[in-house]
Structure formats: C-alpha cells, structure tokens
Design a protein around this ligand. Structure first.
Ligand code: SIN
Length: 524
C-alpha cells in the first residue's frame, strides 16, 4: 500500500508491482496533485565521479553540518543510476551538444542540476503516471484519503502494520489490509498562510505515522523559499531558484532605483551582498532570512527579482512556465522586476527512517527500534540527508534514491501470503455525539495565522509559547469535531494540520541553538 502519488509514491509503486507484489496507490485527489508536479528547478545529481565529493560537501555545508554523512554519500553516489531509471521511465531532461544541460542553484559549487525547462517535476510526474497506469499488479485509487494506520496489536512494544483506513469519495471509511505501508504524502506547507505547495500538502503522512507511534525528527527545520511571487490576492507562485542560477538578482526598491539611475554591475547593488559573499545565490536559509529582514526594515511587502540585464529571448525560452505566469499579471520576464517574498516551501524534518526508508518507532514506545512494515519516502521522511537546511534540488533526488531502496527492501522482506488478518472496522464504537462542522474554515485560518506569525522564519520564545497555547485550544476544538462527525477530507486534513503544527512548534521550542533554518532571536 502506497499513500501518495508524487515522484516517491509512483516510483516505488511501479517497482513493487513490477516485482509481482499486489500494490495499491491511494491518493487524496488526482494522481497529478502532488508537490512533484509543481517542482520547477530540477534534480541535482553528480553525473560524473569527479563531482561526487563536491556534491557531498555542498550538501553538508548547506545542512550546516547536521546531515548524516553516510546518507549524503549514499545519495550522491546512487544519483546517476536513478537518473538513468527516470530516463528509462520516459522522463526527458533538457540536453545540449555537451550532454545534459546542467544548471546552477543556490549553494551548489558547480552546475549539476538536470531539468526540463522550468517544469522538471511536471515532466517527471507525466512519465511516472503513464508508467503507473500501464503497470500490472497496480491499483490506483484517486480521491481516496488515508485516515489512520491499523496496527497489529496496539499494546505491543514492537509495533507492526496490519492495514489502513481510507476515506472513499462517497465519504465512507474502508478498511484495507496491507503487509507494508509506504507513506509518500509529501509536505505540510499549508500549515502556513503563504506556501508554494499544492493544496494537498497538509502534513497527513507525518500526523498519521506519529499517531501510530512512529518517530519524527527535525521538524523545526521548515524551509521557506525566498522567491515566491508576491502579488496581492494571488497564490505565492514559485519563481524558481534556477532563475537566480541564470543570473537574476535580488534587490530592494532602493537598490533597484539606485541601479537604474547609476547603471553598472547589478550584483553590486543587491542587498544580498550585505548578508553573504555569494549574494543572491547563497543557500536558501540565508537568502530567505535576509529578504525577511530587508522587508521588515523597509516596511515593504516584497523585494524585487531583477532580470532585465539578462538575454530576454534566452530566459523566456528557458523559463516558459514562469514567463506565462508573469504574463497573466502583466509582467514580462526579462523586462519587469518581479515582486517576490518568502513562502513556506519544504519540510526538512519528517518521519525518521533508515537507509531503506524503513520507519523507526517513537522513543516513547522504545528507543531506536525499527517499525516493521512501515516506510516513509520523499518529503514526508527525514533521512538525515538535509541536516538543518536542504540544498536546492536535492529533494527530488532524495525521493528517487529512497524510493528505489525502499522498493528493494519491501520486495526482499515481504512474507508470501500474508495480509489476510481480520481487521477492526472503522469506529466500531460509533460517534460520541454529532457536532457542527461550521468552525472548520475559521479554525484552519486561525492555525495558519498562528504558525505564520509565531512559528515562521524568525522566532521568539514568547511567540512559540503563545503558539503552543493557541494550538492546544485548536486541538481540543478539532478533536471535538473529529469525535462527533462523520469524516470528510476537510476534517481529516485539519486534524492532521493541527497535529503537525504542534509537532513543529514543540520541535522549535526544544531547539536551543540557531542553526540552518531554525532562527530564534532569543537564542544566540
Ligand atoms: C526551485 O525551483 O527553486 C525549487 C527547487 C527546490 O525546491 O529544490
């Protein structure tokens, strides 16, 4: 059973099915509703062994030394084989006369990012969906939302997976037995007001696994992308870091006016030079925080991404998705400065897993014990690759490397003929009492405001404490709704969002040093 249909979910599902395992993918909307489908920049991969060490070093530097070196090395070394797999699955990466057209993003010391123009994720998703639809032994259940995991024996010290409860499109909860469950539900950007993530990113997998006793880690490291389109009334559409890799420069209004009147080298006018010698191509944690600081100091609600010094024809061809999105708002790529601001983008933390994506049990159950049958891959997992800050375009890479390893592990370990146990029905005990759903919308807004205002890019102890109190109030409210209502996707999502927000907030309270993506003004 695979939950989720981005790169991680589809890749692992087709490999398991191909090996003869009877495989199901459940996904809460359409197959293509995934963060993968929205990923622009690309997939980082050292395609020659002369680049291995540099990719390892860049990943560890971006992660501020908190990455697990063994995992970093493993992912970097397996990258080129997984790129070959994606190509065999039909993915087309851009190339030129020298081979792959490799691009650059923040924190990379060399060009190693493969891409398909500025819609790399959509190209990967397209190919993997075709492959999944043609795959034998693979059932694809769209508009089916996982609600909770079913354990073999709730009181056992070592947990085991028996199945999953899934909400069907007619709002009935179905019990599905499964020997292995692979969670690939992506991130949780929607716990914040502004996010580059698609609407499905509500932290479902982390919440579900944690409720079932899986260990989670590093949730304080929430990555904000520095350059999301900042136009009022519009969703924060991602303006890929690859555009900065191509030479776009960040400026405040004041920088821009000065550059326009004086002319000269645009990099020299960027506020980013006051924060990092790498300027607009510093790592994401640094660029996002610097941008936030400048916005607070100037009182403006955006900074500007300047592209008018670049070859207009060339960047319009290279970034067609961004070009057409800007055009809808009357902006021309290569001419007009683009208003941008940080937005929640990626959860570095997640379900703690080993080198095969196998989950670990929460230490409250037992210390560092594996969770047989439960796997997590892709953004929902925390593998140790990213440390305190993810290097740009390492996420699609991590997803495909771990999906491959996970498939091999499942195939090697699944017991023949299992998964036929009698499982409990959903809520055999019935509902407590029926309650109104009406506060759902306002509870969701309250949650996003709390997380944005108090658990955002820059934190304070008092704000974190306030968030914790507010989230506890929301938890009680949502629990009451949960216990007294027939589940809908909206209720299941809100319950998960509250759960994940509380985990993120406690993790931020517990992290006492400023490192990578975690920045608290009350720590030094
Ligand atoms: C981007 O295109 O800027 C996003 C790439 C990533 O999140 O790694």
């Amino acid at each position: 059973m695979v939950v989720g249909s981005g790169i991680a979910g589809l890749f692992v599902a087709t490999r398991c099915a191909r090996a003869g395992l009877s495989t199901i993918v459940v996904t809460k909307k359409n197959l293509s509703d995934s963060s993968t489908n929205w990923a622009q920049g690309g997939i980082a991969a050292a395609m020659s062994n002369t680049d291995y060490q540099a990719h390892i070093d860049d990943t560890i530097d971006a992660g501020c030394g908190l990455s697990d070196p063994k995992i970093v090395e493993m992912v970097v070394r397996e990258a080129s084989n997984r790129i070959e797999d994606l190509i065999s699955s039909g993915v087309q990466f851009d190339s030129n006369e020298d081979g792959f057209d490799l691009t650059l993003e923040g924190g990379h010391s060399s060009r190693r990012i493969l891409h398909s123009k500025d819609a790399t994720g959509a190209e990967i998703e397209r190919a993997l969906i075709i492959e999944a639809r043609e795959s034998p032994n693979l059932e694809l259940l769209e508009s089916h939302m996982a609600v909770d995991l079913i354990l073999k024996d709730k009181s056992a010290e070592i947990k085991g997976i028996a199945g999953i409860w899934v909400l069907t499109p007619d709002e009935v909860v179905k019990t599905i037995p499964a020997q292995s469950i692979i969670i690939a539900t992506g991130g949780a950007g929607h716990i914040y007001r502004q996010t580059t993530n698609p609407p499905v990113a509500t932290g479902d997998g982390i919440a579900m696994a944690h409720r079932a006793g899986a260990k989670v880690r590093d949730l304080e490291f929430v990555q904000f992308h520095p350059t999301a389109l900042a136009l009022s009334g519009e969703r924060p559409f991602l303006i890929s870091e690859a555009l900065r890799g191509h030479g776009a420069i960040l400026m405040t209004s004041e920088n821009l006016a000065k550059w326009e009147s004086e002319g000269g080298e645009p990099t020299e006018y960027s506020f980013m030079l006051n924060h990092d010698t790498r300027g607009s191509l510093a790592t994401r944690d640094i660029v996002a925080r610097a941008t936030d600081q400048e916005m607070k100091e100037t009182g403006e609600n955006c900074v500007w991404l300047v592209t008018s010094h670049l070859d207009k024809e060339e960047i319009q061809q290279r970034f067609p998705t961004i070009r057409s999105r800007l055009k809808k708002n009357g902006l021309e790529l290569g001419v007009d400065p683009i208003p941008v601001a940080p937005a929640a983008h990626y959860m570095v933390g997640g379900i703690s897993v080993d080198e095969n994506g196998l989950a670990r049990q929460s230490p409250t159950f037992s210390n560092e014990i594996q969770y047989p049958g439960l796997y997590a891959i892709g953004e929902v997992a925390c593998t140790g690759l990213h440390g305190a800050n993810r290097l740009a375009s390492n996420s699609l890479l991590e997803a495909v490397v771990f999906s491959h390893r996970c498939a091999e592990h499942v195939i090697a370990n699944i017991a023949p003929g299992g998964g036929n146990e009698e499982l409990p029905e959903w809520r055999a005990e019935g509902l407590s009492s029926l309650v109104e759903h009406s506060p759902l919308r306002s509870d969701r807004i309250a949650l996003q405001s709390t997380m944005t205002d108090d658990v955002g890019l820059v934190k304070r102890n008092s704000r974190l404490q306030r968030a914790q109190r507010r989230l506890e109030f929301l938890r009680e409210e949502v629990e009451r709704i949960w216990r007294g209502s027939l589940p809908t996707q909206e209720v299941v999502e809100l319950r998960n969002m509250v759960h994940v927000s509380r985990l993120v907030t406690s993790a931020a309270i517990n992290r006492k040093e400023n490192i990578g993506l975690h920045h608290n003004l009350d720590c030094d």
